[in-house]
Design a protein around this ligand. Structure first.
Ligand code: ZN
Length: 253
């Protein structure tokens, strides 16, 4: 088997592998995208929860302050009920009024923080519904990936065996070149020679469409060990069995 036949066999298996994986790959990409969105929701949810805790703590602090002022007012009132002189009474009354003003300051602050708490709670409720929804979407995508993988697993094992067999006769240098081209051209490592005009000996590389001198075409057909590359795109050239047959010298009958 010539080197171009070996490479074409490998290439055919690799294209099948690629096609087989592409369905699962698409599902895996969808899963990654849905997971990213879920992560965003969860981060936002954690942030809002933190803000809510802070706001609730502030409400508690203001309410505690208001309660201790209230206790102080109560004390002042008890003292007021025991004093005899008007002067003392008036002084206490002034103090009570001052404390009442103080208390209502804390109460106002607590109320305004409570509005913040309500707002945060409402936003969290909406977000948590969205997060749950997104989690369901992620679970669906996970299932799709798992199903896809189990569906292709038998075929994948089979093709992998075929690939191992196809790789075996290819020498290391050629395989290295092929692997490099696969990476470079997103799987399209070979260029098939296309015949434009046999009489005028016009041939092109099927991958980059540049014309190929007849010497290159002949070299490709006869290459035994070292593959021939397209001088324009560097892909490894190969010819279809039909073209090989047509261009091989025939015994005259
Ligand atoms: Zn080319």
């Amino acid at each position: 088997m010539s080197v171009q036949d070996q490479l074409r066999t490998l290439y055919t298996v690799d294209r099948q592998l690629q096609a087989l994986r592409s369905r699962v790959d698409a599902a895996a990409r969808r899963l990654a995208a849905t997971q990213t969105r879920l992560d965003q929701h969860e981060r936002q949810q954690a942030e809002l929860t933190e803000q809510l805790k802070t706001a609730q703590a502030k409400v508690a602090t203001q309410e505690n302050e208001a309660a201790s002022v209230e206790a102080r007012i109560e004390q002042l009132r008890q003292t007021m009920s025991t004093v005899r002189s008007n002067k003392e009474y008036s002084a206490l009354l002034v103090e009570v009024n001052t404390q009442k003003a103080e208390k209502s300051k804390y109460e106002d602050a607590a109320l305004s923080e409570m509005t913040q708490v309500d707002d945060l709670q409402a936003r969290l409720k909406l977000l948590s519904a969205k997060t749950d929804e997104q989690r369901t979407i992620v679970e669906g995508a996970q299932k799709e990936v798992a199903e896809g993988e189990s569906e292709i697993s038998d075929q994948l094992t089979e093709l992998q065996k075929e690939r191992d067999a196809a790789v075996a006769p290819i020498d290391e240098g050629t395989l290295g070149l092929y692997t490099k081209l696969i990476a470079e051209f997103d799987g399209e490592a070979l260029g098939e020679i296309e015949e434009q005009d046999r009489r005028r000996m016009e041939y092109t590389c099927g991958a980059c469409f540049m014309s190929l001198p007849i010497q290159v075409v002949n070299a490709t057909l006869t290459a035994a060990v070292t593959p021939v590359q397209c001088s324009s795109c560097q892909r490894i050239l190969h010819a279809s069995p039909d073209l090989i047959e047509a261009l091989s010298p025939k015994e005259k009958k």
